[in-house]
Design a protein. Structure first.
Length: 367
């Protein structure tokens, strides 16, 4: 089934299928890429956005490289371009790669990303696109995943194509490297279920405390060190299910449906006058919305998240401000996103179940 999946992906992106490498999870694709690139250079720093899933940053950390960070812009939740370009200029001799994360499926305008790409190229820095949350998104006229030197995609839980595991890498730079990337040895540890449960329980406990008191963020670092074995847990993705979900996603124009569902949230929030209390992002047809993210005062975000969950409505508060944890620096926009956001699910099933209930809860709460 891998060959059929490879063909479907290559057709979707209109690329040669030998550019594609499959991995059992997106984390592993980045880890192997970091290990490979670090052998080509003495540079040791990887630049991330300070708001992202911890997995890409841990892939860097576990590959014995140093993550550094740029804050986000609150208007689109993406890397702050001005700050990013300044960091690249100041650290150009030490940065091995920049990982550009399309957080929540949002994408920048072409001019912004081209400025970062040009800066990377002129300083021999690799540009890696993290498209884990943005399958099907565009950046101007180009599909996300075809702009940088490399790009990684995820079929993980609740992603646009949810295979509950699996991922792939597109090598836009040199396909001759793929035979080396495939040979990077991974030592798979034995994992028992108790370890996995403990990690989840501890993670959510620290997150709960740190939402109230930001100083508890420091507790995440020791948890990450303990969790290394979990990230290298061997899994066997069901590539057959992933293939059929990809076919369905493309045939049903699922990117357009998800974007339309986000637009319906936007319309109802404005129509109901809730935008007096809720800050909503500007949507763009280039996006491939992963979750619809809104900002509120911290107390409202915590209260409403609890109310929604008590009503069995899917929502989340993503992501922990990973830059603060690893660097000890302060990234105020990432803190704001962490403490003040609610992420609403826009997949067709979740949207049909939750949309009207969510809006009604918002209305009653702010009355």
């Amino acid at each position: 089934m891998i060959s059929e999946l490879r063909k479907e992906i290559s057709n979707f992106f209109d690329i040669n299928d030998n550019k594609i490498i499959f991995f059992e999870r997106a984390f592993m694709s980045l880890f192997c890429l970091f290990k490979f690139l670090s052998k080509q250079s003495k540079r040791k720093k990887i630049l991330f956005t300070s708001s992202t899933c911890q997995s890409p940053v841990l892939a860097c950390y576990f590959a014995n490289l140093k993550p550094i960070f740029s804050d986000i812009s609150l208007d689109n939740f993406l890397m702050n371009n001005h700050e990013t370009l300044k960091i690249i200029e100041n650290e150009k001799n030490d940065i091995l790669a920049v990982v550009y994360v399309y957080l929540f499926g949002h994408t920048p305008d072409g001019k912004s990303l081209n400025a970062i790409k040009s800066k990377c190229q002129s300083n021999n820095i690799f540009l890696i696109e993290d498209v884990a949350q943005a399958f099907g998104a565009m950046c101007g006229e180009i599909k996300c995943g075809l702009i940088g030197d490399y790009s990684i995609f995820s079929f993980g839980y609740s992603k646009q194509i949810d295979g509950n595991g699996g991922g792939f890498l597109i090598n836009n730079r040199d396909i001759n490297q793929n035979k080396y990337l495939n040979k990077i040895k991974i030592n798979y540890p034995y994992i028992n279920e108790h370890q996995s449960i403990n990690f989840k329980e501890n993670f959510y406990e620290i997150r709960k405390k740190s939402l109230e008191n930001i100083n508890y963020l420091n507790d995440f670092m020791s948890l990450f060190d303990q969790s290394k074995v979990l990230y290298f847990k061997k899994i066997n993705p069901d590539w057959d299910i992933i293939y059929h979900k990809l076919i369905t996603y493309n045939n049903d124009n699922m990117t357009e449906i998800r974007n339309d569902n986000a637009s319906k949230y936007e319309y109802e929030i404005i129509k109901s006058g809730l935008d007096e209390f809720i800050s909503i992002p500007k949507l763009n047809s280039d996006y491939s919305i992963y979750r619809y993210t809104i900002l509120l005062e911290k107390r409202h975000s915590i209260n409403l998240s609890n109310i929604l969950r008590n009503n069995e409505i899917d929502c989340s508060n993503l992501y922990i401000p990973i830059g603060n944890i690893f660097s000890g620096e302060n990234f105020p926009n990432s803190i704001t996103l962490y403490q003040s956001s609610i992420n609403l699910w826009v997949s067709p099933v979740a949207f049909a179940k939750n949309f009207h209930k969510t809006i009604d809860i918002f209305k009653k709460y702010f009355e």
